[in-house]
Ligand binder design. Sequence first.
Ligand SMILES: Cc1cc2nc3c(=O)[nH]c(=O)nc-3n(C[C@H](O)[C@H](O)[C@H](O)COP(=O)(O)OP(=O)(O)OC[C@H]3O[C@@H](n4cnc5c(N)ncnc54)[C@H](O)[C@@H]3O)c2cc1C
Length: 545
Amino acid sequence: MYVAAVPHDAEFDFVIVGAGSAGCVLADRLSADGRHQVLLLEAGGRDTNLNIHIPLMVAKLLMDERVTWPFMTEPQTHLNGKPQLWVRGKVIGGSGSINGNLFVRGDPQEYDAWRDQGCQGWGYSDLLPIFKRLEDFPQGDPAVRGRGGPIHCTSLDRFDPLSDAFLAACAEAGFRQLPDYNDGSYEGAFYLQYSTRNGWRSSSAVEYLRPARRRANLTVLTGAAATRIMLDGKRATGVEFRLGDAARTVRARREVVLAAGPLVSPKLLELSGIGNREILQKYGVNVVHHLPGVGENLRDHPNSRLTFECAQPITINDVLRNPWLKLKEGLRFIFKREGLLTICSATAQMNYRSHPGAKQPDLVLRLLPLSGKDRYARTPRYGLDPFSGFTFGVTVLQPRSVGTLHIQSRDPLQQASMDPKYLSHEADAQLFLEGMRLARRVAQMPALKPLVVRETRPGPQAQDDAALLDYMRETIQTSWHMIGTCKMGVDSSAVVDPELRVRGVANLRVIDSGICPTIPSSNTNIVSIAIGEKGADMLLAAARA
Ligand SMILES: Cc1cc2nc3c(=O)[nH]c(=O)nc-3n(C[C@H](O)[C@H](O)[C@H](O)COP(=O)(O)OP(=O)(O)OC[C@H]3O[C@@H](n4cnc5c(N)ncnc54)[C@H](O)[C@@H]3O)c2cc1C
């Protein structure tokens, strides 16, 4: 149940910090059998804002600091010194309440690589039962897709003429079409799948936490920002947090679980004295446990875009400029739960290898039925183009540029210093160039060419590598897939072991997307939910032992 406060120093079996994609799953699964008292602390508020639940309204959410953390990265040396805005969800459901709803499990080979690096239990065949358990995709092959699980998956098959033309163009360029890219196959072109149910967002807040919230043994406290983990030597005993202006504590009889996401969980570890000794000492934090991997291994998918003017008024640009089309789409959503309001980003995609020798798909080409400048920048120039337009997003699937995230003071209210070091590895820039060129080739295929009036960004003048690189350095943006800052593994740089226990500290786990050793070649919401599911199994098994 939601409460306004808990008694000072109250005791629970499990204290979970962060009600995001993973945290909501944990709260549900840990409280399901009624045996454990569970507290879920969330810094943001409840997910009552209607814009959260209508997918196309996500653009409004990204500008809304009532439901987001507006984190800023360090200036990016390889992006002409510009910092990046990194919005995250600050609300029940976390980033899963403000994300693009794309439903992607990821490349099976990436999980197998985790297992092969020593993360027993994290190979694709180990994760398959979890992926099936968390989803409801009735039309999928039951051998590999789940039915009746919490997160509903909707396929955009034959969504609109632009997506059809894009996929036909990919076929003309020599790439095969995949009927279901979440069935274990991953290379090819496909209509995307969305985590939506009847057109509404299907988040872990809606599908896990909402049905569980009335349980007497589950307490949910919003507006509660954790500031430090309480430790007795090297054993976690509780959490310090702020509720409004008041400093509070709660105790955990069994375990403290950090699920505050990859940009906050490592900061909480460092503020509590768990991290690289040199960094902690620099900011006057008492070192409890030297764990040098904390805050290292920050990874994200940078994204470059080409935009095109479209020859027909079939894009989101047209709908948002035309009051009648807006009304029509509004009515379609209200009465049929279909149409543009049920999507918010890409509709179709192609995963492919940049060259035949690549061991797995290493590039993505993604179609978005809209175009504009600085889609996610909070600038007065933000907005869609005043003409029909679409975008090709190009993403490097396994970027080799790796960054860091560390505290920059002892003040828990100050964000950590975040430096993804985008394009610091030359191989990433080269792959982007390959991706941009392939995008142009697809745009010229007979199926798509009649829809292309002109390339508007970077535009025909940008032909050689230098011009394309200039454009990329000016315009590359995040894909919102930050992970890795509390890396799981068995080597000395690992923060958690494969059971997600913080190495060297008892009764403390990190269970959020920060534990991924590498990006699973995909969007990261479904893997975050899977991490929540698997982490809950581990906590319950330990409680039974
Ligand atoms: C704009 C955007 C679009 C995206 N689009 C997609 C997409 O289409 N498909 C996809 O698969 N993935 C997408 N992602 C990524 C995906 O949503 C995230 O990877 C995933 O939600 C991460 O889950 P998490 O549980 O690790 O963290 P989060 O969901 O971010 O949860 C962390 C929670 O902890 C809370 N918290 C933070 N600090 C504290 C504190 N001190 N005390 C208490 N609580 C705290 C936060 O408020 C938040 O609720 C997108 C992300 C964003 C931001």
